[in-house]
Design a protein around this ligand. Structure first.
Ligand code: BV8
Ligand code: ZN
Length: 246
C-alpha cells in the first residue's frame, strides 16, 4: 500500500497536505476530541466563540494563556519535520493546517496556510488590527485597541466565525489543483476545512489519510493508513527518497 502511494507521489508535482491536531499530539499538544482532549474539559462554545469572549473574556484569555504556555514548552515532532522534507521534494507543495500551535512554522515549513489563525497572534475584537507583540495578556486587565478601544483577543477563528477569505480561497484553489491530497491527524469534523479533501477528490486528486483511528473521511479516501503521523510520515519520505534515487 505505501509503495503504491509513493509510486504515485513521485510522479506528482502538485501535492496538498491538510493537518489537524493529531500531527501535534506526539509533541505533547492535546488534541480537541480525544479522550484527554481539550474539549473534554471544556465545551467549545464556552471558550472558542465570540459569545464566550463577550460574556467572559477573562476565562477565555486564561484558557489561551494556558495553551500558549503548554505549546511554548513543546517542539515539532518527526511528523512536522517529515513534511518539511516532503515540501523540498515536491514541485508545488501546499501545507494547509487547522492547527494554531505554530509548530509547522517552527519545523521549517514554508508554504503554510493557517486556516484557524495562530495562537501567538492577537488582534482587536472590533477592528481586527493586529497586536503581534502584545505578548501574554493579563486576563485581569485585558488591553484595548489603541485605534478603536476594542478588547484585544487571540487571532484565532472561533466557531461561527468566517475564516480569512484569502486563505480559505487559496486552500480551495490548491485542493482543486492537487494530484495527491494527504489528510493527516484530523477528525475531519470541522468545516470548511473538512470540505477541502472532498473538493480535491472531486477534482481528481488521490486522497490519502493518515490517522490512528478511522474518521468521517475514512470511507471515501483512496488510501487509509492507520498509524501515528510522527512514525508514518518519516517512513513515507524515506521511501520516496529511495524511489527517486533509483
Ligand atoms: C464557519 C479555534 C462560516 C479554536 C477551531 C457545515 C458547513 C460549514 C460550517 C459548519 C457546518 N456545520 C457546522 C458548521 C460550523 C462550524 C463547524 O464546522 N462545526 C463542527 C464542529 C460541526 N464551523 C465553523 O464555525 C467555522 N466557521 O463555518 O464560518 C460561517 C460563519 C457564520 C455562520 C455559518 C457559517 C469555523 C471553524 C473553526 C473553529 N475553530 N479552533 C481554537 O483552536 O482555540 S476548530 C478546532 O477543531 C481546532 O482549531 C482544530 O483545528 C479543529 C479540527 O479539529 P482536529 O484538528 O481534527 O482535532 P481533533 O481533536 O478533532 O482530531 C484529532 C485527530 O487526530 C483525531 O482523528 C485523532 O484520531 C488523530 N490523531 C491523534 N493522534 C494522532 C492522530 N493522527 C495521527 N497521528 C497521531 N499521533
Ligand atoms: Zn480596534
Amino acid at each position: 500500500m505505501l509503495e503504491e502511494v509513493v509510486g504515485k507521489l513521485k510522479n506528482c508535482s502538485k501535492v496538498v497536505v491538510l493537518t489537524g491536531a493529531g500531527i501535534s499530539a506526539e509533541s505533547g499538544v492535546p488534541t480537541f476530541r480525544g479522550k484527554e482532549g481539550l474539549w473534554g474539559k471544556f465545551k467549545p462554545e464556552q471558550l472558542a466563540s465570540m459569545d464566550a469572549f463577550m460574556s467572559n473574556p477573562k476565562i477565555v484569555w486564561e484558557w489561551y494563556n494556558w495553551r500558549r504556555e503548554l505549546i511554548a514548552k513543546v517542539r515539532p515532532n518527526a511528523g512536522h519535520v517529515a513534511l518539511v522534507n516532503l515540501e523540498n521534494m515536491i514541485d508545488e507543495f501546499t501545507l494547509v493546517t487547522q492547527n494554531v500551535d505554530n509548530l509547522h512554522f517552527l519545523a521549517g515549513s514554508k508554504s503554510i496556510l493557517e486556516l484557524h489563525g495562530n495562537i501567538y497572534r492577537n488582534k482587536c475584537m472590533d477592528c481586527s488590527a493586529l497586536y503581534e507583540d502584545e505578548g501574554d495578556i493579563n486576563p485581569e486587565r485585558i488591553p484595548t485597541c489603541s485605534l478603536c478601544n476594542g478588547k484585544i483577543r487571540p487571532d484565532i477563528v472561533w466557531f461561527g466565525e468566517m475564516l480569512d477569505s484569502d486563505i480559505i480561497n487559496r486552500a480551495f484553489l490548491k485542493a482543486e489543483e492537487a494530484e495527491l491530497f494527504f489528510v493527516v491527524g484530523t477528525s475531519a469534523l470541522v468545516h470548511p476545512a473538512a470540505t477541502l479533501p472532498i473538493v480535491a477528490q472531486q477534482h481528481g486528486a488521490i486522497l490519502v489519510e493518515i490517522n490512528v483511528e478511522r474518521t468521517a473521511l475514512s470511507d471515501i479516501v483512496d488510501f487509509h493508513f492507520e498509524g501515528k503521523s510522527g512514525q508514518f510520515l518519516p517512513k513515507l519520505v524515506e521511501l520516496l527518497k529511495e524511489q527517486i534515487s533509483t
